[in-house]
Design a protein around this ligand. Structure first.
Ligand SMILES: [Fe+2]
Length: 302
């Protein structure tokens, strides 16, 4: 079983906090400035899912939420690191690890949960053979605060097998799909999900790509449905932000995806309608063509 409940947040340094605050608001977060930090949350009951501080543009790391304080203590002891109080709204405890590429990996527990924010809703969807919406127009809200939560993060790593072992040992992740190039032995990377036993979780929480040089690839934030995703797309397009890839539907994970570049050069994704699996799904292998292919949507990659 996993020692973590889920991925919780990503952290960055950004050159222009005010510009980034505007982007994050346009992207659909609720953003506050606390002691010079940008803290962005979604509608799910988490105090923050994105953190930015002033500095040269740089990805700093990410946070996982431990399932229990015992899990936090066990993980901290593995690397001999101290457990410190978190000095952010909501408090809580944090053990900060360094992954094999030096990325700061926070393991947190006990952050006070705020009330959820209202989730954009819409009337039922009529399909070809099921028509639950009768005598009613569709009414949609704005693209304001459409982000629900952080779903996954993708990291390029120096040595895939070294990083895979590091994350699996500490967090008990399961491989969902291992990606190969040409032959099955020639592994490029893998999608990992949390092992919560019978409980269904996202197809991937972390994806490590063995590119040979460490880098942030992208972070993906879930929205409620396709209408929310497209409302967000229109806002980002009209504001003139750089579009990276989409709108499309992944083969592996089945998410409807839409990738954007923020003003600092980091790729952030909106997604919805992803696959959910539990431990019984097992582990699979897939060629890189399936990673880059889509059920529908434009060719390319972020
Ligand atoms: Fe993604």
């Amino acid at each position: 079983m996993s020692s973590i409940a889920d991925i919780l947040y990503v952290r960055f340094q950004v050159a222009d906090l005010a510009r980034q605050q505007k982007f994050l608001t346009d992207f659909g977060f609720a953003v506050e400035v606390v002691d010079g930090l940008l803290l962005a949350r979604g509608t799910d009951p988490n105090r923050y899912v994105y953190i930015a501080e002033q500095g040269e543009p740089r990805f700093l790391g990410l946070g996982f939420e431990a399932l229990s304080q015992e899990d936090l203590e066990r993980i901290a002891a593995m690397d001999g690191v101290a457990i410190e109080p978190l000095c952010l709204p909501g408090g809580g405890l944090c053990a900060q690890l360094r992954d094999p590429d030096g990325i700061e990996i926070d393991v947190v527990y006990g952050i006070e949960k705020p009330e959820p924010l209202p989730v954009p809703t819409r009337q039922p969807v009529n399909t070809g053979d099921k028509r639950p919406r009768l005598g009613e127009r569709v009414v949609l809200g704005s693209a304001d605060k459409i982000v629900k939560r952080l779903g996954h993060c993708v990291l390029n790593v120096t040595d895939f097998r070294v990083s895979e072992a590091w994350y699996k040992e500490r967090f008990g992740l399961l491989t969902s799909d291992e990606i190969y190039v040409g032959t099955e032995e020639n592994t490029l990377g893998a999608f990992f999900r949390c092992n919560r036993g019978e409980r269904y979780v996202d197809h991937h929480t972390l994806f490590l790509v063995g590119t040979g040089s460490p880098d942030f690839n992208h972070a993906a934030f879930e929205v409620a449905d396709w209408d929310s995703l497209m409302l967000g797309h229109d806002v980002l397009h009209k504001q003139g932000y750089e579009h990276r890839w989409g709108v499309g539907k992944h083969l592996l994970g089945s998410q409807v995806f839409d990738y954007w570049k923020d003003p600092e050069g980091f790729t952030l994704e909106h997604f919805t309608d992803g696959d959910l699996f539990n431990a019984s799904f097992g582990s699979h292998k897939a060629p890189v063509e399936q990673l880059l292919g889509s059920h529908w949507g434009p060719d390319g990659a972020p």
